[in-house]
Design a protein around this ligand. Structure first.
Ligand code: NAP
Length: 344
């Protein structure tokens, strides 16, 4: 294990923003993960686990601790069980699964980032979430200093949540995830964008065709990492889609009716109502392509804040603050930021 010093983090994130890590280590094995955690613990140094860097905003002053880059590789397919090391690219796993005729993750194609991040925020899109496929998660427990395995039911999965980003935030470093898929299963086709894509098809599309369609839809929204695409310099969705109490949803409906605009709402867990954050932002006056200094809103998706050149973390946060204030003023809803904030 080699501990490096003063390593720039910006190139390791999709936003391309932020200062340096005081210390940095790339761990390519479980032994190195344990070693890196011990190194930080013995020195009382804070630890930040970096995967694909697709959901983080690093402070301009950097991170005064050890950035642990999880680089474990290796994917195995045993029957309908896909076992992937935490550092593998998630989209490669989706490709592998769909090509093998295994259903369960086809709608999660094109999501940037690595396997290790998928159980943490229970990654989901277009009507699927990894919680439905995950069989077990292996991780290093930084408190007990040992490797542990969690069965699905022990992961505390809920909408975009798990024990790893709530009650046990920061405690575990995920090293491997096993996904139980369905051989010969039908693709999930429930979201309007996807249904519209296949509306003229006479037959049910294959898993690989659905995954490819999802990549295409994501690309049209600037949500697929493509070299040279300025709208990709983002951390994906910057705000969570809020789930609100029915009376709040009713107020939003009223405001929409008064303005003569339609609003889509969806039932959410616990009797709540899910409202697309992008709609709230647009109705609060922020359109695609909006710019504030070197920060801006993607020209293809209102939910993605982008780095238009040499944006700083402060500029991104200033824009986020402006958007949140406007949404709160118009609808009384406080948007929650989705990326992990590092070094603030
Ligand atoms: P979208 O498809 O325009 O959807 C906007 C909002 O409407 C989301 O809250 C979505 O719920 C909801 N929605 C749309 N159709 C729905 C349906 N048939 N049933 C229930 N809810 C429905 O969103 P987008 O921003 O372009 O993103 C596309 C997909 O990628 C979404 O599913 C989004 O959640 C997902 N995504 C996930 C992450 C993540 O895991 N961190 C990050 C970025 C985007 P859901 O959010 O529950 O789907």
């Amino acid at each position: 294990m080699k501990i490096l010093e003063n390593i720039a983090l910006a190139p390791l994130t999709t936003l391309g923003i932020g200062g340096r890590a005081r210390w940095f280590v790339e761990a390519a094995s479980e032994a190195e993960i344990a070693e890196a955690c011990a190194w930080a613990r013995e020195r009382g140094v804070p630890l930040f686990v970096l995967g694909g860097g697709s959901n983080v905003l690093v402070a301009d002053k950097g991170f005064d601790g050890l950035a642990l880059h999880v680089a474990l590789q290796g994917v195995e397919l045993e029957g309908d069980l896909l076992c992937a090391a935490a550092g593998c690219l998630w989209d490669d796993c989706v490709l592998r699964a769909t090509e093998a005729g295994l259903a369960g993750v086809e709608c999660l194609a094109g999501i940037p980032g690595t396997v290790g991040g998928t159980p943490v925020q229970n990654v989901g899109a277009y009507g699927q979430e990894v919680a439905s496929a995950i069989e077990s998660v292996r991780a290093f427990d930084r408190v007990a200093q040992e490797f542990v395995a969690f069965a699905n039911a022990e992961c505390g999965f809920a909408y975009r949540r798990s024990r790893f980003n709530t009650t046990d935030r920061g405690r575990y470093v995920v090293t491997r995830v096993d996904y139980r898929l369905l051989r010969g299963g039908e693709p999930t086709l429930v979201y309007a964008d996807l249904k519209a894509h296949f509306s003229e098809w006479k037959k049910t599309p294959s898993l690989a065709e659905v995954a490819e369609a999802v990549r295409g839809i994501r690309q049209s929204k600037g949500m697929l990492l493509v070299e040279g695409d300025a709208d990709c310099r983002s951390a994906g969705s910057f705000f969570k889609n809020p789930s609100v109490a029915p009376d709040v949803a009713e107020r939003v409906r009223r405001i929409a009716a008064e303005s003569g605009v339609a609003v889509r709402m969806f039932p959410a867990e616990g009797g709540l109502v899910k409202i697309p954050a992008a709609w709230l932002i647009e109705q609060a006056g922020f359109k695609k392509g909006y710019t504030l200094g070197a920060a801006g809103i993607s020209s293809r998706h209102t939910l993605a804040l982008v780095n238009r050149g040499r944006a700083t973390a402060e500029e991104i946060l200033a824009l986020a603050g402006k958007i949140r204030a406007a949404v709160e003023q118009r609808f009384g809803i406080r948007l929650v930021m989705e990326p992990e904030m590092v070094g603030f």
